[in-house]
Design a protein around this ligand. Structure first.
Ligand code: G1P
Ligand code: ZN
Length: 547
């Protein structure tokens, strides 16, 4: 046996290797079972066509098991006949950077090792996701093929070889395959420089009047944020906090929202607060934007980026269209209407934006779940959103709050909130959904206080580009005044079920724009409880996270 021989290992299928909203996510111990990761990786490869000799991009968010998994994937790619793997140094590439690298180098696709915003560590979560040659998450027909393969798999191929040095930049060989260890930041930074006015942002960050704070939550964007904000754009040392990626994210929950990014919230809502704050998640695709004592709702953020896009070099010629996920507020629709461009409503999950972006129908996309992005890649992009905001702030020379309030004055305010009930017993969560489903046929025309139900349905989507149909994407209850309730179960959790309740109402009256959203949405919150009996089904008297 040569030192690097291809081994064919017998295996048996594992149940439950079904990719969810964003790839296969399970606990680390599940992934550490012998053959578990290997089975899924082989199922990915077996679902691809013509990959012999092709280039694959591999990277992850640096969480526990990232390095081990990277080594396994490299050896399996070599044994299966890939020509080249571009892998991030130390096994690290943010999700947006992976998308960027796949596109820039015309790779066949990429594998991203991440469980996004889920906690990490030896008992935390791990995840694996395949992105196609456009740089975006594999569409459902591809993930379904992988799942089908995982149910019949009998063997996988792996190279018997020593581990690869992932820490030194450069090329080496693994069997007949070239492994190229690439700088995790360089390609991504170059793309950002092509889109934004770095000179102007640099002036904003260095002329003394403006202060920002970036919280990377000990996750993947640390190295990117240091390189871009502190080194390239001249922000003072210390601008980036929690910037060293840790395998367990420092024990935190790397989700940029008001609950989990509390360090940043304390800074921005504290004494002597800076003008601008931002956070990103485990793998760098989410963002939260804060002003001085001010929170920007992600749905509003999408609308504001769209309304101000012409101020930013990469978007100065205007937008082809906007796309938002169904639960995201309709604030962006109002901007699209005024711009005279289309606004598409897609199911939850970034993969549904891919076709619209590829076809040139949409330029900006967003989800209420702290996700915003554009046609520059095929993933949502946390630091891109931060740079977009900085570019707007540098041009407009107003505070974040002033920009948001001015936006509401022009377009009206879409009050919006999401209530999450995490860790609910799966059967009880399903029973709640069934309970609401059963009422749906009789809801139209029914009144609840001042609200009258206009429609009640389960959202279905027909992709306008390829005609593919996705059903049961969330219960929608719309009222005649345009308010909405949406209920759906999360597809990214790994423990029990997470119920998400989305609430939206529209307020044109400027005098009411300063209301607390929980107050403005109070009536809808009561109706949701009446319809869904959330307290009794979940056994919780309040949500675990409110955003
Ligand atoms: C959640 C978000 C969704 C996002 C996904 C991946 O999915 O709601 O918008 O695309 O994470 O970041 P969910 O857990 O709701 O299925
Ligand atoms: Zn993420």
């Amino acid at each position: 046996m040569s030192i690097q021989s291809i081994q064919t290992i017998s295996t048996q299928p594992f149940s439950g290797q079904k990719p969810g909203t964003s790839g296969l996510r399970k606990s680390v111990p599940t992934f550490q079972q012998p053959h578990y990761l290997q089975n899924f990786v082989q199922s990915i490869f077996d679902s691809l066509e013509d990959y012999q000799g092709q280039t694959l991009v591999v990277g992850g968010d640096g969480r526990y098991f990232n390095r081990d998994a990277t080594q396994i994937i490299l050896k399996m790619a070599a044994a299966n006949g890939f020509g080249r793997v571009k892998v991030g140094q130390h096994g690290i590439l943010s999700t947006p950077a992976t998308s960027c690298v796949i596109r820039k180098y015309n790779a066949l696709g990429g594998i991203i090792l991440s469980a996004s915003h889920n906690p990490g560590g030896s008992n935390g979560d791990f995840g694996i996701k395949y992105n196609t040659g456009n740089g975006g998450p594999a569409p459902e027909k591809v993930t379904e093929a992988m799942f089908a393969r995982s149910k019949t798999i009998t063997e996988y191929k792996i190279l018997a070889a020593a581990d690869v040095d992932l820490d030194t930049l450069g090329e080496l060989t693994l069997g007949d395959m070239v492994v190229e260890v690439i700088d995790s930041v360089a390609d991504y930074q170059e793309l950002m420089e092509s889109l934004f006015d770095f000179d102007r942002i640099r002036t904003l960050l260095t002329d003394g009047g403006f202060r920002m704070c970036m919280d990377s939550l000990h996750a993947v964007t640390g190295p990117y944020a240091y390189a871009i904000f502190e080194q390239r754009l001249g922000a003072p040392a210390g601008t980036v906090q929690n910037g060293v990626p840790l395998e367990d994210f420092g024990g935190g929950h790397p989700d940029p929202n008001l609950v989990y990014a509390h360090d940043l919230v304390d800074v921005l809502f504290g004494e002597n607060a800076p003008d601008f704050g931002a956070a990103s998640d485990g793998d760098g695709d989410r963002n939260m934007i804060l002003g001085h004592h001010f929170f920007v709702n992600p749905s509003d953020s999408l609308a504001i980026l769209a309304a101000n896009a012409k101020l930013v070099p990469g978007y100065k010629d205007g937008l082809a269209g906007i796309a938002r996920s169904m639960p995201t507020s309709a604030a962006a629709d109002r901007v699209a209407a005024r711009l005279g461009i289309a606004c598409f409503e897609t199911p939850t999950g970034w993969k549904f934006f891919g076709n619209l972006l590829d076809a040139g129908k949409a330029t900006l996309c967003g989800e209420e779940s702290f996700g915003t992005g554009s046609n520059h890649i095929r993933e949502k992009d946390g630091l891109w959103a931060v740079l977009f905001w900085l570019n707007i702030l540098a041009v407009r020379q107003q505070s974040v709050e002033a920009i948001v309030q001015e936006h509401w004055q022009i377009y009206g305010r879409n009050f919006y909130s999401r209530h999450d009930y995490e860790g609910v017993d799966s059967d009880r969560a399903q029973a709640l959904v069934d309970h609401v489903h059963a009422q749906m046929p009789t809801l139209k025309g029914k009144t609840f206080g001042a609200y009258e139900v206009d429609y009640a349905d389960d959202f279905g989507y027909t992709d306008p580009i390829d005609g593919s149909i996705s059903k049961n994407q969330g219960i929608r209850i719309g009222f005649t005044d345009g308010s909405r309730l949406v209920l759906r179960l999360s597809g990214t959790g790994t423990q029990g079920a997470t119920l998400r309740l989305y609430l939206e109402s529209y307020e044109p009256n400027i005098a009411k724009h300063t209301l607390d959203p929980q107050v403005a949405l109070g009536g809808l919150i009561e109706i949701a409880e009446e319809l869904a009996q959330i307290k009794s089904f979940t056994g919780m008297d309040k949500p675990t996270v409110i955003t």
